[in-house]
Design a protein around this ligand. Structure first.
Ligand code: GUN
Ligand code: ZN
Length: 436
């Protein structure tokens, strides 16, 4: 049944089109201090400046003046089964996986457990303003069935996949390459392209993949060329050295994937901190994307992602929270940490650029910019209603901000989930702050 036309009056901020350089982003930014967004049947009809004549139109009008509405945040790399182990003390990547991650992920063989954690996880995304994410499940197909079912109920646009791994992990999480192929194939057939859901082939990373498993991933990609590919790349120096020892016949870490044709427009590689020259070039040449995960990279002591280099090289990036190595679901806090990572490398991450990566830029990195990411007519109506100042400190700082850029920068420096007043998915309010 078609939903009625609805209008929302508020301030709005988005980007009209993708940009190829950081300098070009501001020219694409649109800010309407007093605007009206018209929605019909889950889609954006228009965004216009408010005029008094709008009062006379008959469709429902929701008055959210004082609030700032931006496109729903896009989280380009996150692990839903790691929600419960966020903030695990003391280890860097490889020890962290063995000590904390693998035991926690073993619980997802239980479908009921996976269902209850899927609900919790999606509520976390929505209460933080994230409407789309590229998500790791566990090796268990039931983990992905549970997540997709929960996302379908909420009509969310989500990309996810079952972890594929056949070595260098505990026995209780290992599968054969043949089994991984079969289970993944079934999941693709069940979920890929169903409503707003899409499937990502998800080999965990090179060290847990044999050449046979990578060949199975390649076969699936050939069979289903429009599925996504989601994995980790060059996160930690010990990991990079291990990959070189495991795959001496390859030119480097990325070549382990590229050799099996796993690079490409719908390939998203998380981290990419310790890339070599030719790996940057390969990511560019194959139109692959990077998920920049600042809170995770700082928390695990992995290193500093070179954002400036990704622009110079023309490699698309999105922002990832990478929960549970990342320490927050909140994109405002993630932007604040991205700013600090850039500062440590003498790069100034403006609020304009940061919000671009969190919205349209992230959508483009996931090859979803034709359907989400801004308020263009015909796009799916996923957006966040932000309360610009929710604490005395935010109120003080916001009141002395001279323009929208400064207000956005205050949000990414001081903001958190308290600033997320409402989250709308597919033209309907899917989450609202109690008392808002
Ligand atoms: N590399 C392989 N698996 C993982 C994981 O679960 N988290 C992170 N951050 N890196 C990984
Ligand atoms: Zn990760």
């Amino acid at each position: 049944m078609s939903k009625p036309t609805m209008r929302i009056r508020a301030s709005f901020f988005d980007f009209l089109a993708p940009a190829e350089t950081p300098q070009a982003i501001a020219a694409q930014a649109r800010y309407l201090d007093d605007g009206v967004l018209t929605l019909h049947d889950g889609k954006i009809v228009s965004l216009e400046a408010w005029q008094e004549g709008h009062h006379r139109q008959s469709s429902e009008l929701i008055d959210l003046r004082g609030r700032l509405i931006v496109p729903g945040f896009v989280d380009s790399h996150i692990h839903y089964p790691q929600t419960e182990m966020i903030g695990a003390f003391g280890e860097q990547l490889l020890e962290w996986l063995n000590t904390y991650t693998f035991p926690v992920e073993s619980q997802y063989h239980c479908a009921d457990y996976a269902a209850s954690m899927s609900d919790f996880f999606l509520q976390q995304l929505l209460s933080n303003g994230t409407t789309t994410a590229l998500v790791f499940g566990t090796v268990h197909p039931q983990s992905v069935d549970a997540l997709f079912s929960a996302a379908e109920q909420r009509q969310m646009r989500l990309i996810a996949g079952k972890v594929m791994m056949d070595r260098n992990a505990p026995d209780y999480l290992i599968e054969s390459a043949a089994e991984s192929y079969r289970q993944t194939r079934e999941l693709i057939q069940r979920w890929h392209g169903r409503g707003r859901l899409s499937y990502a082939l998800t080999p965990r990373f090179a060290p847990t993949s044999s050449a046979e498993l990578l060949a199975a991933v390649q076969a699936l990609r050939e069979e289903f060329p429009d599925v996504w590919l989601h994995t980790h790349l060059s996160e930690n120096q010990d990991e990079v050295a291990w990959v070189k020892a495991l795959f001496p016949e390859r030119r480097g870490y990325l070549d382990v994937y590229h050799h099996h044709q796993l690079t490409g427009r719908r390939s998203v590689f998380a981290h990419c901190i310790h890339l070599e020259e030719e790996e940057w070039q390969c990511l560019h040449d194959t139109d692959s994307a990077i998920a920049f995960c600042p809170t995770s990279n700082l928390f695990l002591g992995s290193g500093l992602f070179n954002l400036s280099r990704s622009w110079q090289q023309g490699v698309k990036i999105g922002l990832g929270t990478d929960v549970g190595a990342g320490t927050t679901f909140n994109m405002l806090q993630t932007l604040g940490e991205a700013y600090k990572v850039a500062q440590l490398q003498q790069y100034k991450l403006s609020a304009c650029e940061a919000f671009y990566h969190a919205t349209l830029g992230g959508a483009r990195a996931l090859d979803l910019d034709a359907v989400i990411g801004n308020f263009a007519a015909g796009k799916e109506a996923d957006f966040v209603v932000i309360d610009p100042a929710v604490s005395p400190l935010q109120q003080l700082r916001s009141a002395n901000s001279k323009d929208i850029w400064e207000r956005l920068f205050v949000l990414m420096t001081l903001g958190d989930d308290r600033n997320i007043a409402q989250t709308w998915v597919n033209g309907q309010c899917a989450w609202r702050w109690e008392g808002a």
